[in-house]
Design a protein around this ligand. Structure first.
Ligand code: HEM
Length: 476
């Protein structure tokens, strides 16, 4: 850096250079020197020098030097020098730096030479510097994220469930990709390929069990996460879209469960899909949708192909898109605290999201992973017998547990037109639930809204009681 400072020219240089390329841009300017590009910008400016780009900005400025960019900014400034970026900022002159004048007294331009490692004296590694130079537009974002804080209070525990849902989703992607190497989505081969994965492939059984269990845990975590954010009223202004995107994520997660259920092509899955895709037919337009989903009148090999493509292409794509929006909103808007907590001093402080909260999240993930491996190894899901459409449906056909509440409602309304009433109730209920942030005006004014707390309790009770009733009747 000392070398760079030597290179810095005195304010006597006449030009106002404006380097337009990355690399070592050394400026000797009496007026406003404003390098607009990344690289090492060595500036000797007597006027206002304002490098807007990353790199090592060595400034010998007698005016106001304000590097807005990362890297090592060495400033030789007598004016207001304000490095706004990471790196090492050295300000090394009170006045203008000495002009490079040879012994003979003849002016010689400074040697134009890029600093081999402009970050060598800085606290950031050269790898990080390399990326920073290229992605410098992201630096304000990173800077912003570094400031993100999470409030600490007696309900903070519930903040971990969003991260856990995300963790199990990542497990789904990894194990799903591995399963796809051997799975064959055709009527003739699907079941056999499942048996092959379970019995012949090294650790194939483990991967399949992890995938099946992680799917269940992901949905369970998403439900817990949804109700915890509901009761903490985290959906209130300005987090409405977090709630809406979260709701879509839950629907997509349920879609994953539904489409994945058929893939082993066993008897149970086959008939459950038959029943599950029969019900919506009673709703207006339902038959059309069911036909598209089934790829025909009945559940068949066509249905399997469609479910497979939904499961591995459309749903993951949509989920990742919506998830990106959800997580971006989490970062931009930050984590909320329950209504009134701040005012009544119930916030015990704040902790940094990066790295403190994330490290605690990771502890949750390790515990979650332990639980997942335990369940996969000790309570394996069976394979069943291959589906045969000609066989009669076995007794006790039921969907997966996260559809049990709706399943029970359909069973309860067993009168003429009852199915349509049940579908209507579920649809209206889901729309009201989706719109909660926009109708809970009290919460958006930071006032307690006990009516909505009651609504949440009713919905929770409906789900738990009905799920329990199905379990009591059918078992697991
Ligand atoms: C795949 C499913 C989901 C994933 C991976 C996910 C992930 C996350 C993560 C990591 C957070 C930040 C940490 C936290 O507050 O827990 C979060 C916050 C949030 N999520 Fe989700 N989420 C999902 C589904 C949902 C659902 C179903 C809802 C509600 C319908 C929802 C609503 C919210 C809200 C309102 C917040 C803000 C919490 C606050 O600021 O206090 N999310 N989500």
């Amino acid at each position: 850096m000392a070398e760079n400072n030597q290179n810095a020219m005195a304010g006597s240089a006449p030009a106002k250079p404006k380097p337009a390329v990355p690399g070592a841009a050394k400026q000797a300017a009496p007026g406003a020197a404003k390098p607009a590009t990344p690289g090492a910008a060595n500036q000797a400016a007597s006027g206002a020098a304002k490098p807007a780009a990353p790199g090592a900005a060595n400034q010998a400025a007698s005016g106001a030097a304000k590097p807005a960019a990362p890297g090592a900014a060495n400033q030789a400034a007598s004016g207001a020098a304000k490095p706004a970026v990471p790196g090492v900022a050295k300000q090394a002159a009170s006045g203008a730096a000495k002009p490079a004048v040879s012994n003979s007294g003849v002016y010689k331009p400074p040697v134009e030479r890029a600093d081999s490692n402009p970050y060598k004296d800085s606290r950031i590694s050269s790898v990080s510097a390399w990326f920073q130079e290229r992605f410098y537009v992201m630096l304000p974002v990173i800077d912003y994220l570094k400031k993100k804080e999470v409030p600490k209070h007696r309900l903070s525990f519930w903040y971990y469930f969003g991260g856990l849902t995300l963790f199990f989703f990542l497990i789904q992607i990894i194990t799903g990709l591995l399963l796809m190497q051997y799975y064959k989505p055709t009527e003739a081969e699907a079941f056999a390929s499942f048996v092959f994965i379970q019995r012949e492939i090294s650790f194939g059984w483990l991967i399949r069990q992890l995938h099946a269990w992680s799917a269940n845990l992901m949905v369970m975590m998403a439900f817990i996460h949804m109700f915890s954010t509901f009761f903490m009223k985290s959906y209130r202004k300005p987090r409405e879209l977090m709630w809406v995107s979260g709701f879509v994520l839950l629907v997509l997660s349920l879609g994953f469960g539904f489409t994945g259920y058929l893939l082993p092509w066993n008897e149970l899955a086959f008939f459950a899909t038959q029943v599950g895709t029969e019900t919506p037919k009673v709703a207006p337009g339902g038959a059309f949708l069911v036909n598209i989903l089934r790829g025909g009148e009945e559940v068949s090999g066509e249905t399997l192909t469609r479910m497979f493509s939904l499961h591995v292409v459309l749903l993951p794509g949509l989920l990742m898109l919506v998830l990106s929006a959800h997580l971006l909103l989490v970062q931009v808007l930050g984590t909320s605290a329950p209504i009134g907590y701040k005012e009544s001093g119930m916030i015990k402080g704040y902790e940094k999201f990066f790295p403190t909260f994330l490290a605690k999240d990771a502890i949750g993930w390790i515990i979650g992973f332990g639980l997942l491996v335990y369940l996969a190894a000790v309570f394996p899901w069976g394979i069943g017998v291959k589906a045969n459409a000609l066989n009669p449906a076995p007794m006790g056909i039921k969907p997966e547990w996260y559809f049990w509440a709706q399943f029970q409602l359909l069973k309860d309304l067993k009168f003429e037109g009852g199915e349509l009433v049940a579908i209507g109730l579920i649809t209206v209920g889901a729309i009201v639930w989706l719109l909660v942030p926009f109708i809970d005006f009290k919460a958006s004014r930071e006032e307690k809204s006990p009516i909505f707390t009651m609504l949440g309790l009713i919905v929770l009770a409906f789900l738990l009681i009905n799920t329990w009733r199905v379990f009591a009747e059918y078992g697991w």
